[in-house]
Write a protein that binds this ligand. Sequence first.
Ligand SMILES: [Zn+2]
Length: 262
Amino acid sequence: MPEILEIEYYRQLAEGALDRRIASVFVDEYAGRGGRPGMDPEVVLPGLSFVAANRRGKLLLLETEGPTLGMRFGMTGGLLLDGLAGIDALRYGPGTYEERWIRAAVQFEDGGALLLHDPRRLGRLIIDPDVDALGPDALNLTLRELREALGSRAGRGGPPLKARLLDQAKVAGIGNLLADEILWRAGIDPTRSSTSLDDAELRRLHRCTRRVLDQLFERGGSHTGDHMVARHPGGRCPKDGAELFRATVGGRTTYWCPEHQR
Ligand SMILES: [Zn+2]
């Protein structure tokens, strides 16, 4: 699944689509689902140009002089521009690219195109998506924003910490694998209440979030974290050798270490 780092690569690729007049747009029945009434990309985009490529969490935002095109990539969505893929090695090895998996295309007057390639059909194109429904972006998350996302200690209770980290309305851009990696590095149990962290733990969680994202970015993807090697039944913690626990937390399969994640 594309995580926030892949979407940031897509955003960087999409900068090559700026200031090019849009000739036509194609969106298939899947990629067009969930669009706003009267806001069909095929109708509103031709004649305009993208002027900025932004991102909030996993939502790519291509601004024009008028409406903004939002792109979501679901489980398997990839972005191609003029035949170049946002991430070559991950998704476009031999046999992983097929013409029939092109769900949407923005054709430019200069002959190039921006394409959504998506075998699983969960990617979406939405005009003027509700960006305010998303929390602060994980790549630029401040300590204060993280504190607010987890809820006040006075509030008590609250959902499991991991569920809160996955809630895109609280923090935008942390997916299942990243959440496990961050909590494993921070040494914090994912099933604890989101409001139970003391100040030192909160700082550690913030530091680890920044560090995991920075390091994975340097390595070129989000599927190469240290915790990943043990992410299977019977897997053992790379830090201390304890057998990892596995359970569903926040609706997602979660692995954590009973020894050092407290
Ligand atoms: Zn451990």
